[in-house]
Design a protein around this ligand. Sequence first.
Ligand code: CMC
Length: 431
Amino acid sequence: MTESRSVRLTSESHCDDFPVLSGTIGPDVIDLRTLPQKTGLFSFDPGLGGTATCTSSITYIDGDKGILLHRGYPIEELALNASFTETAYLLLYGELPTTDEYQVFRTNMNTHRLLNEQIRNFFNGFRRDAHPMAILCGTVGALSAFYHDGLDISQPATRDLSARRLIAKVPTIAAWAYKYSIGEPFIYPDEEMSFSENFLHMLFARPGNHYRVNPVLARAMDRILLLHADHEQNASTTTVRLVGSTGANPYACISAGIAALWGPAHGGANEAALNMLQSIGSREGIPAFLEKVKDRNSGVRLMGFGHRVYKNFDPRAKILQATCHEVIEELGLERDPLLDLAMELEKVATEDDYFVSRKLYPNVDFYSGLILKALGIPTSMFTVLFAVARTVGWVSQWKEMIEDPSARINRPRQLYIGQPERKFVPMSERG
Ligand code: CMC
């Protein structure tokens, strides 16, 4: 971070200079940390769309150009050449691993997949129809009650241990939440399998059915996970950083991130996109549905379209579009009416002036839902899968924040628009 120049903010009563800071790439920022002291004023930015709340060297997005870099590497190159586990190493430690580093990391991570056997008991406390996100959120938070040796966040080795544990154990909890919801026995993790093979195995194997992981589908799962691993300061990552800024333990922080991800405007979008397709029903229903979307008063949105940052094609969506076709071909699902409807909706919407003029393109959730459906994963598990992937980003960003000497507890201010001070009126005098 360098200070290149300053900007002068002037008002009737103030004239102050504020430094302008430059990162390696991307827009400069005005350093407003001294704004209240110098001027007695605060900045007002609901939604934080114009505010950088931290420095980070993990992920870079240029939304206008449709660029996404992890530690400098374009997402397209990672998706084509690296595995999810390799990308996790990159996000956590800043460099791609050597062969030896990768083997040590992979072996170590795989041993962390198993859960303390007592955690099994938690599942019985949930109703069978509980949403798996509810189970995931509660159980991940409760890991802090089991892994006490991961709670001292002042130690780098302990932070690393907790980070690895979370990445490795969240898939086991996720798969067991699914198994519980369908009344099947839990499948224990297999240390020999890759991250994605093991995850598919825990989701779909049954005692005695000799489940074999299809390599095309394992690759598709790996790609979905890789593409969701991190995405800069989105709502759930910001939540993890905010909770982490209080010194809370990492299991509590990631549980908070899972809660934030659950919302339909964030991680719930792929589930919402598929539900939307089901409610449209057929190609014939598209025009009437799009009319509703365009009617401001209807409150209906085209789920899986639009992004706060990307005002161009989301690069992840492009990769998933191709993966989606690969999976459909492998499984012989070309004639699936829902997929057919999705392709038609994409075509119509991307040519429609309403979406073109607002720069609303399909985002990653439009395709990930379709692929997951083709893989046989129920819609209620979609956001859970997103959480499995994003845990890598959350723990990387959490570690970066704890290791940043300038990090402080996040405590924004407000523009108060309520009653000014007034005198208390006893109930007997209130009429
Ligand atoms: N369908 C219809 N209109 C839309 C949509 C949409 N999906 N998204 C934005 N618009 C319109 C919006 O009504 C507004 O129109 P106008 O200028 O006439 O008022 C304009 O586009 C700008 O929208 P905005 O609400 O200012 O955009 P935002 O940056 O606040 O919202 C968003 C971003 C992702 C919440 C929104 O695009 C949306 O709700 N999309 C659908 C949900 C979705 O797919 N979410 C997943 C996001 S990607 C996952 C991730 O990276 O976490």
